[in-house]
Design a protein around this ligand. Sequence first.
Ligand code: TUI
Length: 315
Amino acid sequence: MIRTAVCDLLGIDYPIIQGGMAWVATAELASAVSNAGGFGIIGAGNAPGEWVRSQIRLTRELTDKPFGVNVLLISPTAQEVVRVALEEKVRAVTTGAGMPGPFLAELKERGIVVMPVVASVALARRLERMGADALIAEGMESGGHIGEITSFPLVPQVVDAVRVPVIAAGGIADGRGLVAALALGAQGVQMGTRFVCSQECIAHPEYKRKIVEAKDRSTVATGYRLGHPVRAIENRFTRHFAELEERGEISEQELIEFGTGKLRLSAIEGDVENGSVMAGQVSGLINDIRPAREIIASMVREAEEIIAGLQRFRC
Ligand code: TUI
């Protein structure tokens, strides 16, 4: 039985959390993950608060299990999304791509579990002081907006720096990753790319195909010049973006405009050459599209077998 403090904190069976990905982490995916004993999350992205409210209500029709909302802190709608999360009393809020600031206390006061994503020890320490209930330590193997440290060194350093439970993210897609995360001191894992390749995820089939066909070196990070690098599968879009970024003639504003709308273009429209196919380095490990329930069940089974096998190293 793989139960940790994170299971009690969130009211779930397995310490497996689904990343709150913009555009593709909708009620369909969140409810499937929660129904399978993990923790599903609706990704607000840049969506208006009322869209998030309708997704929360739809999720409640599809599951009676707890679930959460991810607030993208660089979004102009972040504040209204927090208000909706408060009004709808979701179990937990995860935050990404910035400092949750005053949102943290406001959510906590109303009994909502707050789990910010961090990419450094300094930020982890600050957010624990501000009252975070758990921290998601995300390595730069992840897809989308990334920090600078990989999961293997990041997770144990965050674990050593804080007392709240740490959830490992970045580079995890199977039972081996779950066991490794637990060995590093994490009390759970968050997975994004693996759940994009679930049957329930609404991402365009072409987007899923790109991940399934990806190999170990298929992703690249671009956008360092803008201060927020993004990892995605290399394609015409990333090559064009990298070229513009290197040339330096283009202004930062023009570069931002070039990137705008590109996640939607690939994830919803299915244009996986001109759009941004955000995905983690773990894409090379993902070879199929399965129901969320199977992904979670096989991961837990595999982790239990690995832990049993490791007993031969007992002193
Ligand atoms: O947020 C993510 N991943 C994302 S957000 C996203 S949407 C997007 N689209 C286009 C361009 C940029 C973003 C796609 N993927 N992960 C959580 C995460 N948060 N990773 C790293 C961080 C982070 C980084 C710096 C959190 C806080 C932070 O603090 C810096 C500061 O002090 O503001």
